[in-house]
Design a protein around this ligand. Structure first.
Ligand code: PEP
Ligand code: MN
Length: 262
């Protein structure tokens, strides 16, 4: 609860980037790592836009078992290599306990995806690592369920935890999910943890991402997780919601009118 740390928890990363502090931290990159060229180009574009984290899935939780499942260990190695080259931090999804050890040398932050927000054994294990975790809200999770899942990680002793609103399933079908902007101030009020917004999965439609990113920051988000691809029309996953590099660049400038952004 917020009363545990009224001033709020901050999560500090190796290069001095702080989430939960005065600056809004932007994490951007493709949905999936697809090749060296694709992820290196992405990293250069993310760094040029002024963001601090490169995102990209190496283990992908796809709805269909016949869809691209990610590059696995090769993807992790590429993420580390191109991030070191461009001065970025790495955030990527962990899907199961056995991947934790494998991932540790290559990443700066574990991402728990919406589908695993109630994988309690995974959460418990992440409570024992000493590396930051960003936990996304489940596809149909209530705020109460988000808070209880967070407890699984915190109660193991890992306080470097960030929460992320990424849209929930409602009756509305125009957008991929319904981005629950109100979850951001609600979570900020109820917890001491940093809260991020993921407008990409929140709406699923590229041109709706910038307004929802701005809305997230206006609502008090400590950061944003967004998909950007050098060539979204050729993306192996989530191309329709991936920003063009120029869109990310322009959005960063707009965000800076609302808050200090890195
Ligand atoms: C992702 O970030 O690419 C992802 C799979 O997100 P979510 O778990 O929110 O669906
Ligand atoms: Mn995605």
């Amino acid at each position: 609860g917020r009363s545990f740390r009224p001033e709020g928890t901050t999560v500090t990363f190796p290069n001095g980037v702080v989430v939960g502090g005065k600056e809004v931290v932007v994490m951007a990159g493709p949905c999936s790592v697809e090749s060296r060229e694709q992820i290196l180009t992405s990293a250069k574009q993310v760094a040029a836009a002024g963001a601090k984290f490169l995102r990209g899935g190496a283990f992908k939780p796809r709805s269909s078992p016949y869809s691209f499942q990610g590059m696995g260990l090769d993807g992790l190695k590429l993420l580390r290599e191109v991030s070191d080259e461009t001065g970025l931090l790495v955030i990527t999804e962990v899907m199961e306990i056995s991947q934790i050890e494998l991932m540790l040398p290559f990443i700066d932050c574990f991402q728990v995806g919406a589908r695993n927000m109630q994988n309690f054994n995974l959460l418990r294990e992440l409570g024992h690592v000493r590396k930051p975790v960003l936990m996304k809200r489940g596809i149909s999770a209530t705020i109460e369920e988000v808070l209880l899942s967070a407890e699984y990680i915190l109660s193991g002793g890992n306080y470097s935890l960030m929460l992320c609103e990424r849209g929930i399933r409602t009756y509305e079908t125009y957008t991929r999910n319904t981005m629950d902007i109100s979850a951001i101030p609600v979570l900020k009020k109820l917890t001491h943890l940093p809260v991020l917004g993921d407008p990409s999965h929140g709406v699923g439609i590229r041109d709706l991402v910038p307004p929802m990113a701005l809305a997230s920051v206006a609502a008090g988000a400590d950061g944003l997780l967004m998909e950007m691809h050098p060539n979204p029309d050729k993306a192996m996953s989530d191309g329709a919601q991936s920003l063009y590099p120029e869109q990310l660049q322009k959005l960063m400038a707009q965000l800076k009118l609302l808050a200090p952004v890195v």
